[in-house]
Write a protein that binds this ligand. Sequence first.
Ligand code: SF4
Length: 262
Amino acid sequence: MGCKMGCRFCVTGQQGFHGNLSAAEILNQIFSIPEFYRLTNIVYMGMGEPMDNLDNVLRSTEVLTASWGLGWSPHRITVSSVGIVPGLRRFLDVSQCHVAVSLHNPFAAERLDIMPMQRVYPIADVVALLRQYDWSGQRRISFEYTMFSGLNDDLRHAAELVRLLKGLYCRVNLIRFHASPDTPFKTSSAQAMERFKEYLNSHGITCTIRASRGEDIMAACGLLAGHHPCRLNGELRIENEELRVENEELRVENEELRVESL
Ligand code: SF4
């Protein structure tokens, strides 16, 4: 609940860290969704850094994928990360789930301005780690790139992305920024996003603009935060409210993926 990573554009990051979900609590979020039996994909994203709670994330994905569990293909599950290199390495070694890395800016100094973890784990090191694994099979690596007007949506960013990811079998997902009331960041125009996508695609990097849902209920990516402080030992009523919002996010994420794969 909450997040330690402190990305400046993220409402979840601004609310600070309040504790990790256990594997059972993660699974409870999934099983509590009314449409659970119709889920096609699950994304671990939008509320905290999965590599910062890796034991519980791995335990939950094991229940979802093991033959003694739900028997899902690991390729129905995507786990995101800002790029905590040791955790990511362990995850890649033991899991076949897809991975989505939050990139957001290819220039080290500019990325550091919005993502403090760049100081500890530079994106170049993260990409170097990813290059050590085979992505030509069914396991997929994608890069999430939230677009902010005037900050990372210029073609010089696109050109640097091409340089950074050259030769890596991957895809870049452009995400429209969901502006929250207190943020100084602005949403990129549809034209800027389209131009960026075209540049990447024409330079050999598969790129899509992600369909976005959930903005109206403050449950979209980067907006996910409870209206009440959530505490591990807080009142049950507060935690339930938090869980209800997170469930909504899982359902939304799943819909996003289905749109993408059409
Ligand atoms: S974007 Fe992700 S990693 Fe960054 S603060 Fe928000 S939840 Fe944490």
